[in-house]
Write a protein that binds this ligand. Sequence first.
Ligand code: UD1
Ligand code: CA
Length: 424
Amino acid sequence: MSSLAVIVLAAGLGKRTGVRTPKVLLPLCGRTLLETVLDTTAALAPQRTIVVVHHGREAVATSSSGRAGVECVDQGEPRGTGHAVRVAFAHLTGFTGDVLVVYGDMPLLRADTLAVLREARGAAAAAILTAFPDDPSGLGRILRDAEGGIAAIREERDCDPDQLAIDEINVGVYCFAADRLGPALARLSDDNAQRELYLTDTVGHLLDDGHAVETVVATDPDEALGINSLAQLATARSVMQERILLDHLAAGVVIEDPATTFIDWGVTIGRDTRILPCTVIRRGVRIGSGCEVGPFSHLRPGTVLDDTAEIGNFVEVKQSRIGIGAKAKHLAYLGDSQVGRGANIGAGTITANYDGRSKHRTEIGDGAFVGSGTVLVAPARMAAGSKTGAGAVVTRNTEIGEGEVYVGVPARRLGATGDERQSR
Ligand code: UD1
Ligand code: CA
């Protein structure tokens, strides 16, 4: 297959969202909109990816830095989609092959659809993705000729009433032959209602010059959803959430109530694990098989649950590894900690990991038993088989030795496991 360059348009202000965050940096299931789009296009293994930025450019550029083959280019004052692609294309001198154009605010687009579009271009100069949304208002309409081929894309503001009635729209996703795109971009003018350079005008220019232009209809109109408002962001989130949950269900993860389960993108969960209702699992969390999580659990970034571990209601876990078969079933906070195999974390256990300045670690060994209501002020360590009594406050830098029992406030050594009765 020919080589591929991707141009991502992300220079717009996104005023309609009403928030100060640049639109393409809004979050969607653990990724920004732009990261989501870049992950999608990365699946096609492009040689070059150029993100066109302007408003909020430092923040946007930072968010995509470190991705192999991704470059950010400042559009300067945005003068329309045609101008944006012209600026990006100037960085592609000498490139031959396919140029795929997508928007940074269209996160539901699938890599498969982009591959179909690329294939549809074949020997034509371009292929255009179209859709039939419920509400076409505000979007460019697809004008077709008597044979049903595409004749032009007309922006809504430039449409007459007959053209406004057309329900097929331009999604804004294109695959161009690089050698045809250059001359078509050179011919763009701002002689239109918005005094912008319209990328859509390239279609008319290519056809005028006798080149073929193909179209592909998006079978799932959700894919064409562009995010202009927080309401649309919420809609996209629920579509993306459903896709993520369906993937886990297909992989043998039991999700009792998908409607109240929030799992970010980039979470791995083993087969036969049960996720119970009202649970939130953030990006990067890794869960083994045969585990149980929920109801009402919150697994934050950096959490690793080994096989058959159990996290129950009102338990929050962050930057912690929970060993095989370990249990924290009720009302606990485990942060920056390591919990050994088969350990039992009693109800109300807190790792006090933050002293107001820095975070400290807590280690709980294999088979340890943490009594209800224990506070472990980090750094703290409980060796294998050790125990705390209910309500113990284990002060910072305490090291509870193997098999030792600590009780009280502040917690003091009571004896070893097994001789509690005798020492009482
Ligand atoms: C464009 C299409 C329209 C299509 C619609 C789909 C043109 C002329 N019209 O509409 O046919 O139905 O998308 O959403 O292309 N952007 C830049 N630089 C610019 C202008 C835009 O980077 O100078 C980016 C925006 O950030 C956004 C995307 O391009 O991500 C689309 O811009 P927007 O203004 O929303 O689209 P329209 O031009 O209204
Ligand atoms: Ca516009």
